[in-house]
Design a protein around this ligand. Sequence first.
Ligand code: SF4
Ligand code: SF4
Length: 356
Amino acid sequence: MATMRSPVESGVPDNKQYLHPTLRKNYGNWRYHDRPRPGVLHHVAHSGDEVWSVRAGTQRQMDVYTIRKLCDIADTFAEGHVRFTIRSNIEFMVSDANKVAPLISALQENGFPVGGTGNSVSMIAHTQGWLHCDIPGTDASGAVKALMDELHHEFIREDMPNRVHMSTSCCEINCGGQADIAIIVQHTKPPVINHDLVANACERPAVVARCPVAAIRPALVNGKPSLEVDEKKCICCGACYPPCPPMQINDPEHSKLAIWVGGKNSNARGKPTFMKMVASGLPNNPPRWPEVSAMVKKILYTYKEDARSWERLSDWVERIGWPSFFEKCDLPFTKYLIDDWRGSRANLNASTHIRF
Ligand code: SF4
Ligand code: SF4
């Protein structure tokens, strides 16, 4: 007899099955929450149930031993449930206040800092980098590690005017997202084409279609089908490199790092905002990226000194104005910070102040 095929489901599974029992029972029925100390969230439900979430920083790209260690801590010192936040922090839930202090001690003894809540510098959202992706121009994890080593004390305290979210992007075009302060790769030279490989490795129409400024044309080079780039038009975005690796754009000297500020996804007290580039041409200098860390710290601590309580970085810049931001942070305003590509008319029209 024919049996019915079970439907093939795809997509995100229902998360309720994985929730801590107290969270599942009181889903959507919370009375209030507070933070007894940095790194600990305390939620009280209308039913009277309480739950404490202890947040610790992780390095995002984790080996299986580290994940097992975190799970052992969850089984021994918490109640066997964990969840990851969007900034790669891990949270352990407990329904008894007496379990919080031993859990914090266990995490700290194993090298996981507890913090990242409220007005702290939370863990940097970093992109996948060389481990998973094929187009990075720098090592996202390395720059994050170097910077968070220096900002560790801001992770475990809540001393900032408001929360500070940072991100890194190891190429110029894809993941990373909006952040109060972002570190982003910046290519400064057009791609160098390896004509011997283009015909074998690249789908030329797809590469031509990728270019946002129509700078790529099909060409015959040494009798072989290849591509050519109009270097006057090229904006060095790197979009042609992923579909066509023979169009090499990563360069140890000419691929730099830029700092962008003022982005946020939240709509609390103001609309979400896009970040803007404020420093360009910083050297891509592994293994500790000292120039990048120094620049981020300069901006971060100027914001900490000067912003009013509860101002996000974008709110602060909005209040003092961009000229003042550059003066206070002691940053030069150069021509490289001006949006001068042919589509900038549309970008500038998105501003509330400029209309063409
Ligand atoms: S930022 Fe770019 S290179 Fe880095 S992981 Fe994302 S897509 Fe890949
Ligand atoms: S780097 Fe960007 S602008 Fe330049 S050729 Fe490639 S896709 Fe076009």
